[in-house]
Design a binder for this molecule. Structure first.
Ligand SMILES: *[C@@H]1O[C@H](CO)[C@@H](O)[C@H](O)[C@H]1NC(C)=O
Ligand SMILES: *[C@@H]1O[C@H](CO)[C@@H](O)[C@H](O)[C@H]1NC(C)=O
Ligand SMILES: *[C@@H]1O[C@H](CO)[C@@H](O)[C@H](O)[C@H]1NC(C)=O
Ligand SMILES: *[C@@H]1O[C@H](CO)[C@@H](O)[C@H](O)[C@H]1NC(C)=O
Ligand SMILES: *[C@@H]1O[C@H](CO)[C@@H](O)[C@H](O)[C@H]1NC(C)=O
Ligand SMILES: *[C@@H]1O[C@H](CO)[C@@H](O)[C@H](O)[C@H]1NC(C)=O
Ligand SMILES: *[C@@H]1O[C@H](CO)[C@@H](O)[C@H](O)[C@H]1NC(C)=O
Ligand SMILES: *[C@@H]1O[C@H](CO)[C@@H](O)[C@H](O)[C@H]1NC(C)=O
Ligand SMILES: *[C@@H]1O[C@H](CO)[C@@H](O)[C@H](O)[C@H]1NC(C)=O
Ligand SMILES: *[C@@H]1O[C@H](CO)[C@@H](O)[C@H](O)[C@H]1NC(C)=O
Length: 456
């Protein structure tokens, strides 16, 4: 698409304004696919709040709380890593509920030695099972944060930090800079700390309010582009009205290639399976997938199962092909126009996501606690299934043109690779339809406009 535009612009020298318009439009179009903004969760962010709760002779004690305000993106094990750069020569005397990964050079301190003297400390959560005297509320979950829709109480993570060699009044404190959040890989970018209204606390007897000495907020947002992840999920389709099973696109998440990448996957009946799963010293978060044509760790299958007079029924199956991962509290986000009239969902939880007023075509689905909220590692138990019953809206409902298939699916916040629309199962007797995407339509129109103007 881009090369088409570039050749169009290259051949026109006279009409620079039009060329600029075209280039501008093209860059807008490319930009929308790469920016941090997520159309299904437009305000999704992780907010980090620092509450200075007391001043000390040489600094302050702050409670740092991270809120995962993202509707469906969670942070899995091995959890978050938070970093920042001190504005001056601050040190961390001590921490509760988290720890700095490196102490750094504290050689100029005698007697009491700080917990961390680095200019740019990196902090990680403590693990579950930390002794009570080293905990504070909402700490010690190994850096795991649930999504805001699935489990709000567990979408919060806190620790306490005692800072020295720092300002001791709200006028002399310098805010930390350059916040970085890894989850644990890249993907998040954080804005500057901003001083906000001090947090107010209700005392235990609920009869008195106290407040922080000072509060600042930092907001971090996720971008699939920054994460630069290869896809981790794909979609396959089938229907009762056509025998064809449309598999995930070949090489959707990688290619099986014995010559360049031996051992990139394992066959389920391989005698080496057990030893490969046990690990070969590799970090555990690198997937070990079952050999498939798509090589994705996760596949979502959408089967259009039944057609009733007023309803239609879909079966959704999530299959785990990763031998090294049990997905705890997994979730799906599915976009389909009929979600405005979902009548019943079996054995999954459901919540409608309404990113824009009036638009009600997106839903979040996740497992039922203690029943199928754990998507087990690849193997006979490595799947979760549900059926959805939709009420037909006579004005929009049709089995034609692939309407019954989802427009978009995310697994744990990551976009799943869909089969190309022209491969969708057809209704018997339906003729192949020309598929022209909106984008190519816009580009074709613009290109012909430029062409016409250039030769007018
Ligand atoms: C972060 O998310 C919260 C909750 O959705 C929202 O109120 C807030 O405006 C968001 N912040 C930014 C900077 O987008
Ligand atoms: C600092 O404290 C003073 C007095 O309590 C208050 O008036 C002022 O708004 C505070 N400034 C900030 C940045 O919190
Ligand atoms: C901010 O952090 C990044 C990565 O840690 C680093 O490359 C950059 O130089 C830092 N910027 C400042 C102003 O400290
Ligand atoms: C700062 O963050 C807290 C916690 O997320 C939030 O309640 C508050 O509204 C935020 N303040 C501003 C000005 O964004
Ligand atoms: C494997 O990779 C090599 C080198 O990139 C390539 O020539 C070959 O066609 C690939 N084989 C398969 C089956 O993809
Ligand atoms: C890779 O090797 C396995 C077993 O050695 C074989 O079954 C499979 O077909 C090979 N795949 C390719 C693409 O050559
Ligand atoms: C997944 O859970 C099962 C049962 O609890 C356990 O036996 C298995 O080792 C786990 N797999 C991984 C990769 O953690
Ligand atoms: C969206 O659809 C769901 C399920 O039918 C319904 O519960 C919800 O109220 C709808 N929301 C809006 C904004 O229409
Ligand atoms: C759901 O379907 C019924 C019957 O077709 C219709 O009256 C109703 O408006 C639909 N609801 C939505 C939110 O579209
Ligand atoms: C089923 O759909 C496929 C496209 O995926 C098409 O090639 C085939 O002809 C269809 N079968 C029938 C019986 O219409």
């Amino acid at each position: 698409m881009e090369s088409q535009c570039l050749s169009a612009t290259g051949s026109i020298t006279k009409l620079s304004s039009c060329t600029i318009l075209l280039v501008f439009l093209v860059s807008c179009l490319t930009f929308t696919s790469t920016e941090a903004y997520d159309a299904l969760d437009p305000t999704g962010n992780i907010t980090i709040k620092w509450d200075v709760i007391s001043w000390t002779p040489d600094g302050y004690v702050a409670v740092v709380t991270m809120f995962n305000f993202q509707q469906y993106r969670h942070i899995q094990a091995p959890g978050w890593t938070l970093g920042w750069t001190w504005a001056k020569k601050e040190v961390i005397w001590s921490m509760v509920g988290a720890q700095a990964t490196e102490q750094g050079d504290c050689s100029k301190y005698k007697g009491n030695v700080p917990h961390c003297c680095k200019k740019d400390p990196t902090v990680v959560d403590l693990l579950p099972g930390t002794p009570y005297n080293q905990q504070i509320a909402n700490c010690c979950k190994g850096g795991v944060m649930q999504s805001w829709i699935q489990d709000p109480p567990n979408a919060v993570s806190s620790f306490q930090v005692s800072v020295g060699a720092a300002g001791t009044t709200n006028k002399t404190v310098r805010l930390p800079k350059n916040f970085t959040l890894k989850a644990p890989g890249p993907g998040y970018s954080c804005g500057q700390a901003k001083i906000v209204k001090p947090t107010r606390y209700l005392t235990a007897d609920k009869r008195r309010m106290t407040q922080a000495m000072m509060t600042w907020n930092v907001t971090c947002t996720y971008s699939q582009f920054l994460a630069q992840k290869t896809p981790t999920c794909c979609v396959s389709l089938s229907s009762f009205y056509n025998d064809t099973i449309v598999n995930c696109p070949t090489c959707a998440c990688g290619c099986e290639n014995n010559s360049t990448n031996p051992g990139s996957c394992v066959e389920p009946d391989s005698p080496y399976l057990a030893s490969a799963v046990a690990g070969s010293g590799k970090p555990t978060n690198s997937p070990l997938v079952q050999c498939t044509s798509h090589m994705c760790p996760v596949r979502v299958h959408w089967h259009v199962k039944l057609n009733y007079k007023e309803y239609w029924r879909v079966k959704v199956t999530v299959t785990n092909f990763n031998y090294r991962m049990n997905y705890t509290l997994w979730n799906l986000v599915v976009q389909h126009p009929n979600f405005d009239n979902l009548t019943k969902i079996f054995s999954f939880n459901y919540k409608s996501l309404t990113p824009y007023a009036g638009l009600n075509d997106t839903a979040m689905l996740w497992g039922v606690k203690f029943y199928n909220d754990l998507l087990m590692q690849a193997g006979p138990l490595g799947n979760a299934q549900s059926e959805l019953l939709f009420r037909k809206d006579a004005a929009t409902f049709t089995f034609e043109k692939g309407w019954a298939f989802p427009r978009r699916i995310y697994f744990n916040g990551d976009n799943c690779v869909m089969p190309p629309p022209d491969a969708y199962p057809w209704l018997p007797n339906a003729s192949p339809r020309p598929t022209i995407s909106l984008l190519s339509l816009v580009i074709t129109i613009l290109a012909s406009l430029v062409f016409l103007l250039a030769y007018a």
